[in-house]
Structures are given as C-alpha cells and as structure tokens.
Design a binder for this molecule. Sequence first.
Ligand SMILES: NC(=O)c1ccc[n+]([C@@H]2O[C@H](COP(=O)([O-])OP(=O)(O)OC[C@H]3O[C@@H](n4cnc5c(N)ncnc54)[C@H](OP(=O)(O)O)[C@@H]3O)[C@@H](O)[C@H]2O)c1
Length: 282
Amino acid sequence: MGHLDGKTALVTGASKGIGYATARGLARDGAFVLVHARNQSSGERALEQLRRDVPDGRFDLVVADVGTLAGTRQLAATVLDRALRLDILVNNVGAMYSDHALTPDGIERTFAINHLSIFLLTHLLLGRMRQSTSARIITIASEAHRGTEIDFDDPGLARTYSAMASLSQSKLANILFTRALAKRLAGSNVRAYCLHPGHVRTDFTRDLRGWLKIFVAIIRFRFISPDEGARTGLYLATAPMPADANGGYFENCAPKEPSDYARDDAVAERLWELSTRMVGLA
Ligand SMILES: NC(=O)c1ccc[n+]([C@@H]2O[C@H](COP(=O)([O-])OP(=O)(O)OC[C@H]3O[C@@H](n4cnc5c(N)ncnc54)[C@H](OP(=O)(O)O)[C@@H]3O)[C@@H](O)[C@H]2O)c1
C-alpha cells in the first residue's frame, strides 16, 4: 500500500511536463488521480501513457481550458461531480507568452491562467477539501518571482508587457496567494504550500521568440528532467509537515525564503481582494 492509498488528487496541466510526472508519482503512491488536460486528445494521450507507466494506477481525465473563468468553473464543476473527496490539489497549470493578449474575459492571459484560474479553482474546490481529514493545496510557483512586484494599477501589464515580466508577476502572485490562503486555513485540516520545481526540461518556453528563445536553447542542457522537477511537489503531498510550514515556499524538498515582497502580508491581502473582484467572487 502507498502513502496515499484512499486519497484523491487533482493535478492541473497534467498532459505533459511537471504535471504529468506529478500525476504519475501520486498514482504510484496509491492516490486516485484526476488528470486535468486542456483538451480531450492531449488528455487521452496522457492517460494512455500513465496507464502504461502505472498499470495498477487509478486515473480519471478531466478536460477544460482554464484560459477563461467559465472554463475554470467548468473544471471545478466536473471535479466536484467526479470526486466525492479531494485530498490533494496540485495547481500546476501554467504558460508563458511572448505577446500580450487578452482572454475572452478581457484579462491578460498569463495573469488569467497562471494566477486567476488557480485562485478561482481553489476557491471552488475548497469546500470539498475541507471535508477531508487532511488535505493539501500545492501551487507550482517559481524563482522567477524575484525582483518584481504586483502592478496593481495595471496587472495585465498593458504598458510594460514582456514574456518574462508577466511570468514573474504571475509566479509572485502564486506565492502571495499561498500565503494569504494559509492564513485563512489556519487551524483547519487543509494546508497550502508553494514551490519552485527547478529549471525543468519541458515545453514551457515553446512560445518564446528572439533572444530569450536562444538563451533558453543554450542553457537547456543543464535543466533537470520533469521527474526531478516533480520531486518537491510530491514531497509536499506526502511528507509529514510541521504546522508552521503552512503557507511556505519550498525548493529541493526544503523551505526557502521567497523575496521580501512575496512575504508582505499587506500585499498578499491586496492581491486577494483584487483577485476576488477579477474572478467575480466579490
Ligand atoms: N519548466 C520550468 O523550468 C519551470 C520552472 C519554474 C516553474 N515552472 C512551473 O511549472 C508548471 C508546469 O510547467 P511545465 O514546465 O511542466 O510546462 P508545460 O510542459 O508547458 O506544461 C504546462 C501544462 O499546463 C497546461 N496548460 C497551459 N495553459 C492551459 C490552459 N489554458 N488550459 C488548460 N491547460 C493549460 C498545458 O497544456 P497544453 O499542453 O494543452 O498547453 C500543460 O499540460 C507551470 O506552472 C510553470 O510555471 C516551470
């Protein structure tokens, strides 16, 4: 029996990369894994491979494009319909874009996918997670959060957009979200953590152009594998954790201090309020 026997997990963006490796690791540890993919074909391909990798694993596929608030709401509704319990939520979905573009909701897409979809999905699933005896919400952030701040006047970065600036802001938002969420979960059976997975050899930078694409191509050989990139997330899903680790940021299966700005509770609360309004939960 694995550590996670009897537990149910949802991994978002699990069609490939770190999400796929995380879903496989959770299944190997005994969890029933809901595998989220953007579309049916990529999801079915991932599921076939997962079934080959973990023949006695238990999986189900949930499909939704979280690039819209309606898509995220649809994902939450499907999960609540399919899983009577939810013990582990891995907010892994993420993207990086060279060009500034808005989602059908009128929100810059990096902020929408990397932060707001996670914010909304977590809110919609939290009631089910609170029914678990012990639940964990794990969000894949990044060291890219350093050296930036949230632009509260222009979170879509219409004036200052670059692929790196929008990624950095969204990953900072992941850490601030985890911090504010943990405060709200204090004393409950649900814990929240976030992490940097390392620099991982995945498709994440596929949309890049110009010097950034060349730079990534040059240093890519030094990147770690998706399996290695999934290690800290799997650790946070399974390891016994002290109560004061709630809301923390991790790398290499150990706590790590994020930037000073990412530890500012006033900023975390301000972002929480902004996000609540932007996703229509206010
Ligand atoms: N790779 C790194 O070095 C690194 C470093 C730090 C943090 N991270 C974080 O790790 C997480 C996983 O990234 P990865 O490196 O594994 O990249 P990846 O291979 O590109 O995986 C990203 C996953 O998210 C899905 N996704 C993106 N946009 C979506 C949408 N609108 N709706 C539904 N699914 C969507 C992708 O599906 P599609 O295939 O359909 O696009 C894919 O399954 C991200 O949050 C990323 O920021 C990665």
